[in-house]
Design a protein around this ligand. Sequence first.
Ligand code: NAP
Ligand code: GCO
Length: 266
Amino acid sequence: MKMNDFRLDGKIALVTGASYGIGFAIASGLAEAGAKIVFNDINQDLVNKGIAAYKEAGIEAHGYVCDVTNEDQVNEMVATIEKEVGVIDILVNNAGIIKRIPMIEMTAAQFRQVIDIDLNGPFIMAKAVIPSMIKKGHGKIINICSMMSELGRETVSAYAAAKGGLKMLTRNICSEYGEFNIQCNGIGPGYIATPQTAPLREIQPDGSRHPFDQFIIAKTPAGRWLEAEELAGPAVFLASDASNAVNGHILYVDGGILAYIGKQPK
Ligand code: NAP
Ligand code: GCO
């Protein structure tokens, strides 16, 4: 094996929902490894914000407005990317939402919305890129899973159902398309300091840390929230030839949460 196998020169990577946050950090890492970056987001303002942020980071990114739950929009975007940039070698299904509502207070419509974006979205995206990957003879799909692909917790029933489903969609894409030299793996981030988790880190009126913030620090052997940039290396690995024999795997990047029973009482 050669260290060059980690390079992504000449590869085209599409990262969904990547104007900021985890998607932006992953796309920036893929760009540093040599990939050409394409991303989408849900509205033009976010796409403009993303293009400006990539430019500031010295990355020339192509941005598109596209809702990952809308199959027509997704097919149109993928066809446009193939025409304007080229065939997608790497898809990162990053776009996602969370609703923190106790299950018996959650409406079926709210539950469906989370499943639609976090699970149907990756299915629609993968379905749109796989045919060209088969023709090209290779492809990499990385699904952004969660601690909630393995664990439950109060208020996140829809998110846990979606991310648990995404883990199994990952394994199924591997099972169904592995023979075409397509590798589909997941990254399961632990608790990452992004706008999605900002409400869980808010400083309390008395100046103390949010109880959830304290809970995460205690549950994480690393003793801290992780940074989005820490997901870039694992993403480069799973996007590169260095991981060609890794398929259907979820790589948990969690500072050790899943290995740990929690801090013992003093
Ligand atoms: P984020 O800051 O909320 O970013 C997600 C992006 O996806 C946003 O730009 C969002 O737009 C976009 N998006 C939402 N719905 C979309 C749709 N239908 N079509 C296209 N784009 C859409 O989230 P993040 O914290 O970076 O998380 C990124 C991914 O990692 C998510 O899948 C999340 O579940 C997962 N994750 C996060 C953590 C964490 O601790 N932060 C941990 C584990 C896994 P809006 O801004 O308009 O919503
Ligand atoms: C939560 C959710 C998310 C996390 C993440 C954990 O507990 O509210 O799990 O907020 O960001 O998905 O991996």
